[in-house]
Design a protein around this ligand. Structure first.
Ligand code: FES
Length: 111
């Protein structure tokens, strides 16, 4: 089990080593986040892995994640499998849902 933290909202949640990050996030019942194809094609769940987190990804649309972006740690949460704790920045359509919904210290998810 790894800890995933969202830089934009200070939220933290657990993700099993064989689960994708989107599934773990959905399990929390996070309200208001747009969910797309869940298949690496639509780009709704674009995130960037910050720092030195270890992870691997399933097949992602090159249109949504060009090779240059992938080198910067950008990937799709529905295809992102953690291999260590990860710190993520949300991109694309998720951005406003997380930045508008900052949670206070004692409301952090997963604690
Ligand atoms: S939900 Fe469509 S790419 Fe992740």
């Amino acid at each position: 089990m790894y800890q995933i933290s969202i830089e934009d909202s200070d939220e933290v949640f657990d993700c099993a080593a064989d689960r994708n990050v989107l599934k773990a996030m959905e399990k929390l019942g996070r309200s208001g986040i747009p969910i797309g194809c869940r298949g690496g094609g639509c780009g709704v769940c674009r995130v960037q892995v910050l720092g030195k987190g270890q992870y691997h990804t399933g097949k992602m649309s090159r249109e949504q994640v060009p090779a240059d972006d992938e080198k910067k740690g950008i990937c799709l949460a529905c295809k992102l499998i953690p291999e260590s704790n990860l710190r993520l920045k949300v991109l694309g359509k998720w951005q406003k849902h997380f930045s508008d919904n900052r949670v206070s210290e004692n409301q952090k998810l997963g604690t």
